[in-house]
Design a protein around this ligand. Structure first.
Ligand SMILES: [Zn+2]
Length: 308
């Protein structure tokens, strides 16, 4: 666990440093409360939309397992597009089941949020709200005077961090592919908790139907894979069995092999018998010569002479 936290802190530190090096005109985010796992962000409403001129502020909470688990996002500034003070989390679309990719960064998330703001949803996803264009425009104007309780006034913040000069960085950056995510409210069993901003790190809600569904799906896929593997193995075994029992050529070969093996075994046994007989004979001869030489040393001499 400690290693995981170390990894996520390292990653978040790098993301923050990258953002400082190449600040944008459109967005800014930084860790707050001296804590790496809670960031506050500010995005500009996309030009040419109802949100033009709007400054939208919110919170990104990172899980300990970031970037392997996605962060959650909540808007604080009323905007007419997303509910405020409601924890929403980035999730997958039906077309892209991979719902979170560790390669995505805070930058990707913010660019994704900006580009997703003007998208009119046919059926509202949870966390989205319906609003008239006039109301959205009114909120965009009002948002410039909104103040975060933790950060300084947003107007001051953008004057400092999201300057016109940063447009150079935005222009120099090639239009990268934005993640295809939707925003979905994180369904909690205690809805009243959604109205206040939670502090500290977030723990995944095990009662979250979304998470439960994801887990079920993962389990289902795992079991399916295992079944496929078992089926493959069974097929393989079946094929082997057929080869052994139903192939006359194989049986013929086996018989030949057996015969050959028996023949070799017989040869081996014969050789052993011969060798032991040989040794026995030599041993007896040795004893006879030994005893004879004790009683008849002359005889031994004669035998040697005879041989030599
Ligand atoms: Zn703030």
């Amino acid at each position: 666990m400690a290693m995981n936290t170390g990894l996520s802190i390292k990653r978040l530190t790098k993301e923050f440093s990258d953002m400082q090096k190449k600040p944008s005109y459109m967005y800014y985010a930084e860790p707050v409360k001296g804590e790496m796992f809670e960031w506050h962000f500010t995005i500009r409403g996309p030009p040419g939309t109802d949100y033009e001129g709007g400054l939208y502020h919110g919170i990104i909470l990172f899980p300990e397992k970031y970037p392997f688990k996605p962060p959650s996002v909540q808007f604080l500034t009323p905007n007419g597009r997303f509910e405020t003070n409601t924890k929403i989390c980035l999730t997958f679309t039906n077309f892209h089941p991979e719902y979170w990719q560790p390669a995505w960064t805070v930058r990707t998330i913010l660019l994704g949020l900006i580009s997703y703001m003007p998208v009119e949803e046919e059926t509202l996803s949870i966390g989205s709200i319906m609003c008239t264009p006039a109301e959205r425009k009114r909120l965009a104007k009002a948002s410039q005077f909104w103040k975060c309780q933790t950060c300084k006034s947003i107007k001051e913040l953008i004057a400092d961090k999201m300057t016109e000069e940063n447009k150079v960085n935005d222009d120099a950056t090639p239009k990268e592919e934005l993640p295809e995510f939707k925003l979905t409210k994180k369904v909690s069993r205690k809805p009243q908790e959604d109205s206040k901003i939670s502090d500290g790190e977030e723990t995944p809600d095990e009662n979250d139907p979304l998470i439960q569904e994801e887990e079920k799906e993962e389990t289902r896929l795992g079991v399916e894979k295992e079944l496929e593997e078992i089926e493959r193995n069974q097929k393989h075994l079946e094929e082997e069995k057929n080869q052994i029992f139903n192939n006359p050529a194989e049986i013929q070969l086996d018989e030949e092999k057996r015969e050959y093996r028996d023949f070799i075994e017989l040869q081996r046994q014969n050789a052993t018998k011969k060798a032991s007989r040989c040794f026995g004979f030599l041993f007896v001869l040795w004893i006879i010569i030994g005893i004879s030489s004790m009683y008849y040393p002359e005889l031994l001499k004669e035998i040697f002479e005879l041989i030599l």
